[in-house]
Design a protein around this ligand. Structure first.
Ligand code: SF4
Length: 189
């Protein structure tokens, strides 16, 4: 939808969602763990969520690739920015998240993400567009203050040092629910 908006087009998002879902299921070629809901419930939720989304105005970049060097002794970071947009002279960077509530309560990860993006494309405003997977889905634009650069560099240095030293670290998320190592992960903290 954002890509279409970038090119001045409108699309039937729920229909595209269904097509993309069917393609992903066919391409998976493996059993799919749907979690608590069944596939049809998830299709209905996904279609209603994309159905209420309206791309924000002034989109000038979608999935914008970037590369930044945080310090000469650390590997280059590569990534993509969900949305770059402009309102007049104001450059705005946005990340898009789905969530179980209208707004994110824990914003550390997205503060870090936007701090990284800001190094590549210095902007005046930063936000996360939260798509809430509620019975009646809601889209909320939540302002975010990116981490200070020193915090970002220190965190990246610590993570890189841990990885280079072979330290195991968990990346908690939706995938933990179906993970066969979850009990060990919880026990080890
Ligand atoms: S529970 Fe599984 S998926 Fe989640 S952090 Fe631990 S190892 Fe990773």
């Amino acid at each position: 939808m954002n890509e279409a908006a970038l090119h001045g087009e409108r699309i039937d998002a729920p229909a595209h969602f269904l097509t993309a879902w069917k393609r992903a299921v066919a391409d998976a070629n493996a059993p799919i763990h749907f979690g608590k809901d069944d596939g049809d419930d998830l299709i209905a939720k996904g279609r209603s969520l994309v159905g209420i989304y309206t791309p924000p105005p002034g989109i000038i970049g979608v999935e914008q690739p970037f590369e930044v060097e945080l310090a000469p002794d650390l590997p280059i970071v590569q990534g993509r920015i969900d949305l770059v947009r402009a309102e007049g002279e104001t450059l705005i960077l946005a990340d898009i998240k789905t969530a179980a509530a209208r707004t994110l309560t824990d914003t550390h990860a997205v503060e870090a993400q936007l701090a990284l993006y800001d190094l590549a494309y210095p902007a005046s405003r930063h936000e996360v567009i939260v798509a809430a997977k509620l019975k009646n889905p809601v889209i909320t634009v939540q302002p975010i203050t990116p981490w200070p650069i020193a915090t970002l560099v220190r965190h990246y240095r610590e993570v890189h040092h841990g990885m280079a030293s072979g330290v195991r670290y968990g990346v908690r998320g939706w995938q933990c629910e179906g993970c066969s190592f979850a009990s060990r992960c919880r026990k080890e903290g």
